[in-house]
Ligand binder design. Structure first.
Ligand code: ZN
Length: 308
């Protein structure tokens, strides 16, 4: 607990050893695995964790204990790395919850999603339409959305600008199709699957106005506040976080905004600066305490645990 807020961080990347291995495997002219990992670590000034995901989970728990963060949502950030997240969550079930990135074009999409959501009890999926070159409206995704609706899975859907630092360090360019990065594409989908709770990270990562339109139309869409929101500097209206939060509160209300830090890499570890900035901003803006409690803890807790 920080001041009067309990914190549920809804956006933390679990960059396991396997994550980095899967990542460098995607390179075309790759060297041997150990050289690739060493180069990546040197380029990004990163620590690549050891092979045991439970040891990494334990490290995260120590870090968040220090910063007094109650709970975290861990993202398996590359298709194939689900097991790492499952093990982490199973080791610390009261503190950690997990979701996983899907490759919508995978041959084993549904088989894997069923297993991960039903058996392994991961609580949601991450979709990157622009990176996987598929519209969120594509009918290929219908079985996936039906499954998410059935098991009450959360669907994080990334729109707008996509920056993946670990890919830059690995020398793997992120090829995106901007055509699929418009949050408004989600409107018919969120209407059709009205029992799914969708989360759009980073207030739409640059597609802010479209995200507000989406939020106006669909009451089952949430936004997260994750990270430094560097998109604001490239946005034509150059808003600051106060303006962004103010407008978002007007449209979404405090019940559909969730806090995230976008932490992930070591040695940086937990991005306490993000918590600090955003909790201070909430106080400066005089967001009523019950609303701040929703944003920093309760909204995410109720998405996961059901209504309190
Ligand atoms: Zn992120």
């Amino acid at each position: 607990m920080i001041g009067l807020f309990k914190i549920f961080d809804s956006h933390v990347h679990f960059y396991s050893n396997a994550y980095f291995r899967f990542l460098v495997k995607q390179k075309t002219n790759r060297l041997d695995i150990n050289t690739e990992l060493k180069n990546l670590a040197a380029k990004g000034h990163l620590e690549i964790p050891g092979e045991d995901p439970i040891a990494l989970a334990k490290k995260w728990i120590e870090v968040i204990d220090k910063w007094k963060i109650e709970r975290m949502m861990l993202f398996g950030s590359i298709p194939g790395d689900e097991d790492s997240v499952v093990k982490a969550v199973q080791a610390f079930p009261t503190r950690l919850t997990g979701m996983f990135t899907v490759d919508p074009n995978s041959n084993v999409l549904m088989e894997n999603a069923e297993k991960r959501l039903k058996q392994d009890k991961l609580r949601g999926i991450l979709l990157y339409p622009s990176m996987y070159q598929i519209s969120v409206q594509d009918s290929w995704l219908d079985p996936l959305f039906q499954l998410c609706e059935e098991v009450r899975a959360i669907v994080f859907t990334q729109f707008g600008k996509l920056t993946i630092k670990s890919r830059d360090y690995a020398g793997i360019p992120v090829v995106v199709n901007e055509e699929f990065s418009n949050p408004k594409d989600l409107i018919p989908v969120a209407k059709k699957y009205s029992r799914i709770r969708f989360v759009v990270p980073h207030f739409g990562a640059g597609r802010f106005e479209e995200t507000l339109e989406l939020g106006k139309e669909c009451s089952n869409v949430y936004v997260d506040t994750a990270g430094s929101n560097s998109w604001m500097t490239d946005h034509p209206s150059k808003p600051d976080l106060r303006q962004v939060l103010q407008k978002t509160l007007q449209v979404f209300g405090a019940g559909r905004i969730i806090f995230g830090s976008d932490s992930g890499m070591f040695p940086r570890g937990y991005r306490y600066d993000i918590v600090d900035n955003q909790t201070k901003l909430a106080q400066e803006m005089r967001i009523p305490l019950p609303d701040a409690k929703k944003i920093f803890y309760e909204n995410m807790a109720s998405l996961i645990d059901g209504p309190q």
